[in-house]
Design a binder for this molecule. Structure first.
Ligand code: KG4
Ligand code: ZN
Length: 349
């Protein structure tokens, strides 16, 4: 079975073709991502209207390219999968409406896919080596919009164990990076700055929460802000985006290292609790923040061979992961009506 997938939930316009065999082994035939990072960098964050307009401009060429790169024609495509949520409404609409129109005009079955759920399927995709996570699988999903622990008993059978009660971990990386003038997107910039830093110079608090598997990152983010205001000799009313010129490169790299160490500790400690309780056969770390080397290395050191990550380029948003989950939903006949499939900005696992 070959599935064409479309992803436009945030600031990447993406299309991919993935082939899925009888025993659910996946092969990525093409994976095209047109990033809007440069467009949004000037605003220091994603502007929904700018994202939507850009999706509209490039979506058809991106889809055409994904089919050409897969070296197949429309006749060889068995279905279309599209991210229908969660995400920015204006951005989602571009992908969903395109997928609906293509499903009708090309007469293909259509499935709507949850973006956060799809992130986990990037762990099944690696053309260089076979990857078959085993069930029960514990997924730590860490992105710019979500931070959650999910226990999968089987492909479409899962239980949400806990999630962030405020900011997502990627959002915290982005905001802390912005305070230190490290640019957008903040996660990769912050982890690059942390490489030159000493994580033991500053200490930040870890949250206490009622939910055993819930997360919180807003307290950590505020603690870093107060700490930077102190380092910059400013009071707590001083705007976060004006702090950077008052900080030394040493202070920035040490703060980046200490923040990253705290964020990773929060994620790994909660994962360890779930591993202890559920004894999963595989532990999957997925989503944009799964590209973070400290997180990857710490999980690997603690849980060894059970830990699986997507290849780096499949951690952040892409359509190959949407195609993989789409294949499974298509096989399970979880079809959407192309006249009715809606964009759902607040869709939740
Ligand atoms: O999954 P994703 O591409 O988009 C969402 O679904 O949100 O995740 C984007 C997030 C951003 O917050 C970005 O800063 C973060 O992933 N990120 C990282 C790294 N690479 C991307 N965070 C920490 N370290 C990284 N290396
Ligand atoms: Zn994502």
């Amino acid at each position: 079975m070959r599935v064409l997938a479309i992803e436009t939930s945030c600031d990447e316009t993406a299309a991919a073709v993935v082939e899925c065999g009888d025993s659910l082994e996946f092969k990525t035939l093409s994976n095209v991502v047109a990033s809007q990072v440069d467009l949004h960098a000037q605003f220091g964050g994603v502007v929904p209207e700018v994202a939507a307009r850009s999706h509209l401009e490039v979506i058809l060429p991106v889809i055409e390219q994904s089919i050409a790169k897969a070296n197949i024609g429309w006749g060889a495509i068995d279905g279309i999968a599209v991210t229908c949520g969660p995400g920015l409404l204006a951005a989602l609409l571009m992908g969903v409406n395109t997928a609906r129109a293509l499903a009708i005009t090309k007469d293909k079955p259509l499935v709507g896919v949850d973006h956060v759920h799809a992130h986990v399927y990037a762990a099944w995709l690696d053309n260089t080596k076979p990857r078959q996570p085993r069930f029960p699988a514990l997924a730590l999903i860490v992105s710019g919009g979500h931070t959650q622990l999910v226990l999968f008993n089987d492909h479409l059978d899962y239980q949400l164990l806990g999630q962030t009660q405020d900011d997502a971990v990627g959002e915290a990386f982005d905001k802390v990076a912005k305070m230190m003038g490290l640019g957008f997107p903040g996660g990769p910039a912050l982890s690059a700055a942390a490489k030159n830093g000493d994580s033991s110079i500053y200490k930040f608090p870890t949250p206490k929460l009622d939910g055993k598997y819930d997360f919180s990152f807003s307290g950590l983010k505020t603690a870093v802000l107060r700490h930077l205001q102190r380092l910059g000799k400013k009071d707590y009313n001083f705007p976060s985006h004006k702090l950077a010129p008052f900080l030394t490169p040493r202070q920035i790299s040490d703060t980046a290292a200490a923040f990253q160490a705290s964020a990773v500790k929060i994620l790994v400690d909660k994962t360890a609790l779930a591993v202890e309780e559920f004894n999963p056969s595989s532990i999957i770390c997925a989503g944009g923040v799964a590209a973070n080397h400290l997180l990857r290395d710490t999980l690997k050191a603690k849980f060894g061979q059970k830990v699986l990550y997507p290849p780096l380029e499949l951690c952040t948003d892409n359509a190959a992961m949407v195609a993989a989950l789409g294949c499974i939903k298509l096989r399970n006949k979880e079809l959407a009506d192309p006249l009715k499939l809606e964009s759902q900005p607040s869709l939740s696992m």
